[in-house]
Write a protein that binds this ligand. Structure first.
Ligand SMILES: *Cc1c(COP(=O)(O)O)cnc(C)c1O
Length: 398
């Protein structure tokens, strides 16, 4: 087993995991790791959740894939349930977050096209955003480091500073189709949008007859203690994208929309081979069985509060390592003063898996089934990791 045959697209840690249960992983080095990353907010119910294992096993013996040329009962059921639980009237399924955003962008453009305003193609986006790695979504995200070397970016995106409603107002013009925003920026470093600004963006969209798109690929599927973050914020979009936690580790994405916002994508205008196949949709349904069960989301809220409080204490006691706690629910981050790589490595040495974000934030995005005790254990390990970073800094100075 070597890395030689793989594209060099990732800087991987020399560690793999063959066993896992809940928020625990057993490493190829024989150590047990407390997984506070959940594969980047994906394994929403932890590893080897019995209900997901059972759903996968049952689905395995039925047709996995028949294509969207035919009806797919599990896909229809998943769509019905997502619509029942949200603002949405319609769902389009795909396989990833980037594809969900591509669907959202195409839906927004076609919406105006169908209404006789084909010039309305431009999308206002926010600095520091991350919407995926397709050619369309790197243009939407606007990050030079993801655009460099890939030629002329897809046109039609107007980027405004973070939390700057006045700039958004200026950016909206006669050619604008939509505003696309993450309620909390994930890859950008757990940067929380001001709810007031989100409300302002909603109003701006209403005033101009344009669509509000929330990218909830990371914030969604219970992470905020509501199925989607918009439900905690009280600002409802016209289109919402989901992926990561939706399949609990199985690749599935979704673009949710109001009846009206979905009208442009008539037969033949968009599609996918795999999207929402029986296997993926069955697992998506199994994830919802658990996430929407009585009391589950309230418990997430409580756990988020506990985690945030413990993290705040750790940040206070290690001012040379950490600057602040960010985030809501179980989408939390600690902004680091010490180099982020040092913090993530020190945490791993303590058997704690964190996810770096932006230039300087370590993310905690645990499975939603994490217990209070496991949250306390994560805090203890993070505290030790911070002490190790401090000792290393002290001896480097000496
Ligand atoms: C991860 C992420 C994406 C991209 O999802 P992929 O499945 O990697 O394509 C898009 N938007 C947000 C907010 C994300 O966190």
């Amino acid at each position: 087993m070597t890395l030689n045959s793989l594209f060099k697209t990732y800087n991987r840690v020399d560690l793999s995991f063959e066993k896992g249960e809940g928020v625990w992983l057993e490493g190829s080095d024989g150590r047990r790791y407390l997984d506070m990353g959940a594969g980047i907010a994906v394994t929403s119910l932890g590893h080897a959740h019995p209900h997901l294992v059972e759903a996968l096993q049952t689905a395995a013996t039925k047709p996995w894939h028949t294509s969207n040329l035919y009806r797919i009962s599990e896909q229809e059921r998943l769509a019905d349930r997502l619509c029942d639980a949200t603002f949405a009237d319609k769902v389009f399924f795909c396989n990833s977050g980037a594809e969900a955003n591509e669907a959202a962008i195409k839906a927004a453009r076609r919406y105006h096209y169908a209404k006789g305003a084909p010039n309305r193609t431009r999308i206002v986006t926010v600095e520091g955003a991350f919407h995926g790695r397709t050619l369309g979504t790197i243009a939407a995200g606007g990050s030079p480091k993801y655009l460099e070397g890939f030629g002329e970016p897809l046109t039609g995106f107007d980027q405004v500073p973070f939390n700057d409603l006045a700039a958004a107002k200026k950016a909206v013009g006669p050619d604008t189709a939509a505003i696309l925003v993450e309620p909390i920026q994930g890859e950008g470093g757990i940067r929380v949008m001001d709810p007031q600004v989100l409300r302002g963006l909603r109003q701006l969209c209403d005033d101009n007859g344009i669509l509000l798109i929330f990218d909830e690929v990371q914030t969604g599927i219970g992470r905020m203690g509501t199925l989607f973050a918009y439900q905690s914020l009280g600002v409802t979009p016209d289109i919402l994208t989901s992926a990561k936690g939706l399949g609990g580790g199985f690749p599935i994405g979704a673009c949710l929309a109001t009846e009206e916002a979905s009208t442009g994508l008539v037969p033949g205008t968009h599609g996918t081979t795999f999207g929402g196949n029986a296997l993926a949709a069955t697992i998506g349904n199994a994830v919802l069985d658990v996430v929407l069960s009585d009391g589950f989301l309230d418990a997430v809220k409580q756990k988020g509060l506990l985690a945030k409080q413990l993290l705040a204490g750790i940040v206070d006691s290690h001012p040379s390592v950490f600057a602040e706690v960010r985030g809501e629910g179980l989408m939390l981050g600690v902004k680091c003063v010490a180099p982020i790589g040092d913090v993530v490595t020190a945490a791993r040495n303590e058997g704690l898996l964190l996810i770096p974000a932006g230039e300087s934030t370590a993310r905690l995005l645990p499975a939603l089934v994490v217990s209070d005790e496991e949250i306390r254990e994560a805090a203890t390990r993070l505290d030790k990791a911070a002490s190790a970073v401090e000792s290393a800094e002290a001896s480097a100075k000496a």
